[in-house]
Write a protein that binds this ligand. Structure first.
Ligand code: AMP
Ligand code: ZN
Length: 466
């Protein structure tokens, strides 16, 4: 099957061909663990999960790296402020990140390197860059990359270097910098006791620590080799981070760094990028505490094409909940279908599966893929109504295979309801009977927060998992 993805550097959709179909090498920039990740970050990780799962569904092998940035300006600043070691500071956020990935149904990747485990490789890369004359140590304890020595600098983001350089400072010593400024960037940052506390490593240039951009180049190079098939992130990573990764890696190795660049658009709130600095963010925990479930958030983040900005609203999350409810009802109807009607869907299901694959192979066309799912639900529901459907199992089998990509379809509805929740339902019914609405609402919320919804049935209210 032909696969094509939008390529950031080429600014168009182009065929995707990995060097080796058995092992597509993917590098994804991971979190900086100075705080809980927010659901904007998770939009990007869910997009990367869709990419990985799609490639596997289409028959490719995948080897993926998602790094953990445990040392940068922010983790050092926060650990010094709290008076704890860097390791102590980042540990709970790193754990929380992996727990959130699980909650969102994001598949484990092959490698999750921590930047602090790759310091020797980073130092080695800087030494090579100095030997090649593209990096220099001006004597302030730091080492910088000289962008004027790398003629294609700016190609990924289509920067007009000559125009932008004017007015910018010559070099920048911080991991994060103004997007309008193009300057030499830091590869090794000299130690400053007040700022860095006890965080430093010895190097040929004295005590210090790596620049953020270099970390990804060194980990990609060490784990995946000099040229990788796909590198992803969100659009804010394009400049300066990915531009700098290209410059370091290619100047060091003399080979192309990445064959295909993919970037997702942002999750936005009221027209602005969700970000920690703006304070307009929700963590996954915030939403779980409001009674939502990880797979509802996954559905929401997955359901808008990655090249389109996703406007986050609570209504959107409610709509995701309803969409999943429809899918759950459908699966339960299939599981309980007791007939063997006349209508054999075998050929039709094969055709729909082909279309599903084609939709995703065409730049991860999730909207078309979801339309196929809901069209199928509509068609099969009417066959169930008229008892014409021949094999519910065949439909379930297709849903299971699609779920290796979507990972939000539930098949196990045998639920284990804790005694106190069952009791809360009984108490709520009595409260309603005596018109004690306040108590009834309190019990409804208690039930909801425990992860269940109350639904009316012919035999009275019942509990379901949401
Ligand atoms: P950080 O931990 O800040 O390095 O961000 C981790 C990842 O999340 C990076 O790939 C960012 O580009 C991405 N990201 C940050 N904010 C958003 C957002 N609002 N929407 C989508 N992705 C984002
Ligand atoms: Zn990176």
């Amino acid at each position: 099957m032909n696969i094509s993805f939008y390529h950031t550097a080429l600014r168009s959709k182009v065929p995707f061909k990995p060097a080796d179909a058995k092992r597509v090498k993917i590098y994804t920039c991971g979190p900086t663990v100075y705080h809980f990740a927010h659901i904007g970050n998770f939009r990007t990780y869910v997009f990367e999960d869709l990419l990985r799962r799609t490639l596997k569904y289409l028959g490719y092998g995948v080897e993926q790296v998602m790094n953990i940035t445990d040392v940068d300006d922010k983790t050092i600043r926060e650990s010094v402020a709290k008076g704890v070691t860097l390791d102590e500071y980042v540990e709970p956020y790193t754990k929380a990140f992996f727990a959130d990935l699980k909650e969102l149904g994001i598949e484990d990747v092959e490698h999750n390197p921590k930047a602090t485990d790759y310091i020797p490789q980073m130092i080695e890369m800087i030494e090579k860059l100095i030997v090649k004359g593209v990096a220099y140590a001006p004597g302030d304890g730091s080492v910088y990359f000289s962008i004027s020595k790398f003629p294609t600098y700016g190609a990924l983001s289509n920067l007009k270097l000559d125009e932008l350089k004017e007015g910018g400072s010559d070099r920048i010593n911080s991991d994060e910098y103004d997007k309008e400024t193009v300057s030499d960037f830091v590869l090794w940052k000299g130690y400053d006791e007040t700022r860095d506390g006890k965080v430093f490593w010895e190097s040929p240039w004295g005590k210090g620590r790596p620049g953020w951009h270099l970390e990804c180049s060194a980990m990609a190079n060490s784990l995946l080799g000099e040229t990788i098939d796909i590198h992803c992130g969100a659009v804010d990573n394009i400049f300066p981070h990915h531009e700098n990764e290209i410059a370091q890696s290619e100047a060091c190795n003399g080979h192309p760094f990445v064959r295909h660049w993919l970037h997702s658009e942002h999750l936005i709130v009221d027209g602005k990028k969700m970000s920690k600095s703006l304070g307009n963010f929700y963590t996954l925990r915030d939403l779980l505490n409001k009674g939502y479930h990880g797979r509802e958030v996954r559905y929401l983040l997955l359901s808008v094409h990655y090249k389109t900005q996703l406007n986050f609203t609570m209504e959107g999350l409610e709509a995701a909940r309803h969409a999943l409810q429809r899918i759950d009802d459908f699966v339960q109807r299939l599981q309980g279908y007791p007939h063997e009607g006349q209508k054999d869907l075998t050929a039709h299901l094969e055709e729909v599966d082909k279309q599903f694959k084609q939709a995703l192979a065409d730049d991860l066309g999730i909207s078309q893929a979801l339309s196929l799912l809901f069209d199928l639900i509509r068609e099969v529901n009417s066959l169930i109504d008229s008892e014409q459907l021949k094999s519910a199992r065949a439909v379930l089998k297709l849903l299971k295979s699609w779920n290796s990509i979507l990972n939000f379809i539930h098949f196990d509805f045998s639920i284990d309801i804790p005694d106190e929740i069952q009791q809360a339902l009984i108490d709520r019914n009595s409260a309603r009977a005596r018109k004690d609405w306040q108590e009834a609402d309190r019990l409804r919320d208690l039930i909801k927060n425990a992860g269940f919804v109350i639904e009316d049935s012919p035999t009275g209210p019942i509990l379901k998992k949401h």
